[in-house]
Design a protein around this ligand. Structure first.
Ligand SMILES: Cc1cc2nc3c(=O)[nH]c(=O)nc-3n(C[C@H](O)[C@H](O)[C@H](O)COP(=O)(O)O)c2cc1C
Length: 198
């Protein structure tokens, strides 16, 4: 095993998400979509259950899903919403070239806990984010309000009451490079276990 940093570890230490407002909405080439998907499904998955699904939202579907779900669901939850606000909701998915929705779809299994299946869905979302960024795109993993909306879950093929939306990864051309972000202090999140002396 290499002891020195290589291109991949350098990349992982420096990669950063680009906020959605700094993404372009041009279509992604099919090859790039396929590369991102191939990375997305290559994750640790205890007992090979495939306890997740990826739904790609691109092209006209971005606006269609906004019209069919985002706008009416937001309006139902926010009766005082202005037309401007409703239009924003309708066009949410038009803020990026492609959006990868990741669903946690746990399976019945006698030994594997659902928690492990949900963690695997998180790994899918992270791999998609990392792969898109490695291709040079800006990408951001968000949940926003509609990850917790049953109509959205059902529209994406999820089973209401069982499946969950792990998030939406927005991917597009970067209009500007992201600034560095505050990170947790290492000493608060990392420890080196030492056995207690008895
Ligand atoms: C499960 C999950 C949901 C998130 N949802 C949102 C969100 O709804 N809105 C938001 O601004 N950031 C959200 N974030 C945070 C950002 O997408 C991201 O973590 C942050 O920009 C830093 O990412 P980076 O380490 O790739 O730079 C979420 C992160 C995770 C892991």
């Amino acid at each position: 095993m290499a002891q020195t940093a290589n291109d991949i570890t350098e990349f992982l230490q420096q990669r950063r998400s680009t906020i959605i407002s700094k993404l372009g909405a041009s279509d992604l080439p099919k090859d790039d979509i396929e590369t991102i998907l191939a990375c997305g499904v290559r994750v640790p998955d205890h007992a090979v259950l495939g306890p997740w699904k990826i739904m790609v939202i691109q092209g006209d579907s971005r606006h269609q899903l906004g019209q069919e779900i985002l706008r009416p669901e937001f309006a139902a939850q926010n009766p005082d919403a202005t037309e401007e606000g409703l239009l924003f909701e309708e066009q949410r998915f038009c803020r990026a070239g492609a959006i990868f929705a990741v669903l946690s779809t746990p399976k019945e299994h006698p030994k594997i806990p659902i928690w492990e299946m949900e963690l695997s869905a998180g790994a899918v979302a992270m791999n998609i984010t990392t792969a898109a960024q490695a291709l040079g795109y800006g990408a951001q993993w968000v949940t926003e309000w509609y990850s917790y909306n049953d109509k959205m879950l059902a529209a994406l093929g999820g089973r209401v009451g069982t499946d969950k939306i792990a998030g939406f990864i927005y991917v597009g051309e970067k209009s500007e490079a992201p600034k560095e972000r505050r990170r947790p202090e290492r000493e608060n999140v990392i420890g080196f276990y030492e056995p207690s002396v008895s």
